[in-house]
Every structure is written in structure tokens, then in C-alpha cells.
Design a protein around this ligand. Structure first.
Ligand SMILES: Cc1cc2nc3c(=O)[nH]c(=O)nc-3n(C[C@H](O)[C@H](O)[C@H](O)COP(=O)(O)O)c2cc1C
Length: 183
């Protein structure tokens, strides 16, 4: 159970983004206070409305929205959130996080939270992207700075091929999060 725990779920633009809805639902059913943030491209894959309804909290996408309370909130959340889960994590967001790039809400939040709370990356991408040495190098950089990973696993991918790149199963994400915050 995640009773009294605050969990930030960052959704990026991978085909596995639809699975983040199930992750949010499961975190809620374990009584977590869940705050979802999304990249602008993730909105092409799953609607903020879905994640807002499941998390029972507003979903933030754009950093400069006038009616966005996240700007100040994300600094406050960095202080009191227990964990940041990036699911799915694209090759792009891994690259940005590994190199300190903060050019949107999700990457800025990762950079803010990386130094204060556990960050759990849940990568999902096709095998060619995952096995690209540049992506592997970014993963190593992040691991060295203390960022945690679960998956990707081997199995059937969105393009129909079998390979490594599938997003970790929801249960495995929950287990990893439990380990990190309920130590
Ligand atoms: C249909 C489609 C599926 C995609 N799936 C993935 C994916 O599973 N993993 C990934 O790393 N990138 C994937 N991409 C590429 C990302 O969407 C792209 O790199 C994007 O710029 C990432 O944006 P974000 O990291 O800001 O969310 C996909 C693109 C398209 C059009």
C-alpha cells in the first residue's frame, strides 16, 4: 500500500503510454496521491482527461500555461513527493535527463526531482532504439547518478517483432516503487 505517499507519474510519448493509465489506477487503488505530468507529445498517445479521471488530480502538460498551477507546485512537490515514476520513458527523455536538458515540463521536473527523491525510469521502445549505444550510454549515465530502472523486458513489441524494449509489467513497476519508497 502507498497510503499517505505522493507519487508523480511522468508520461512520455511512447506507444506504451496507454499502459500508464493502468499504472495510475493501480497506484490509486494502493491509496497513493498521484500527480500526472505529460510531455506535449505524450498527449498524442493518451488524453490528459483519462489520466486526470484516474488520478483524481489535474494533469499538467505545458510549463508556461497561465492557468497552470504546476509551475510553483512542481517545486513544492519536489519537496514532498516520495517518488517520480517515468512510464513509459522514451529514448528522448532518457537522453535529456542524462544530459541535464530541461526544455519542457517533464524534463524540468526530472531534473528538479533527481537530486531530491528516488526516480524510477520505465523505458519502452523498439529494440533498435534500446540497443543503440547512445541510448545505452545515457542509461549508464543515469544509473551512475542514482536513477533507478525497471525493464525493459523481452517480448512482443508494438511493431510485431520479438525483442527487448517492452515496458515492464505493471506489477514489476509497483514492486520497484515499493522497494524504493517503503524501505
Ligand atoms: C507511433 C509512434 C510510436 C512511438 N513509440 C516510441 C516508443 O515506444 N519509445 C520511444 O522512445 N519513442 C517512441 N516514439 C518516438 C517519440 O514519440 C519521439 O521521440 C518523441 O519526440 C518523444 O517525445 P517525448 O520524449 O518528449 O515524450 C514513437 C513515435 C511514434 C510516432
Amino acid at each position: 500500500m502507498f497510503t499517505d505517499r505522493t507519487i508523480v507519474v511522468a508520461v512520455t510519448a511512447g506507444i506504451a503510454a496507454y499502459k500508464s493509465a493502468i499504472l495510475v489506477r493501480e497506484l490509486k487503488s494502493e491509496h497513493a496521491d498521484v500527480h500526472v505530468i505529460m510531455t506535449e507529445r505524450a498527449v498524442e498517445f493518451i488524453t490528459p482527461l483519462t489520466l486526470e479521471t484516474l488520478s483524481q488530480n489535474p494533469v499538467a502538460v505545458r510549463i508556461f500555461d497561465k492557468d497552470n498551477t504546476w509551475d510553483m507546485e512542481h517545486i513544492a512537490l519536489a519537496d514532498h513527493a516520495d517518488i517520480l515514476i517515468v512510464a513509459p520513458a522514451t529514448a528522448n527523455i532518457l537522453g535529456k535527463a542524462a544530459h541535464g536538458i530541461a526544455d519542457d515540463l517533464v524534463s524540468t521536473t526530472i531534473l528538479t526531482m533527481m537530486s531530491t527523491i528516488p526516480v524510477l525510469m520505465v523505458p519502452a521502445m523498439n529494440t533498435r532504439m534500446w540497443e543503440n549505444p547512445v541510448v545505452q550510454q545515457n542509461v549508464k549515465i543515469l544509473q551512475k547518478t542514482g536513477v533507478n530502472f525497471v525493464g525493459p523486458t523481452e517480448g512482443k513489441l508494438a511493431d510485431g517483432r520479438i525483442g527487448v524494449g517492452r515496458m515492464a509489467e505493471i506489477n514489476d513497476i509497483l514492486k520497484a516503487a515499493h522497494k524504493l519508497i517503503l524501505k
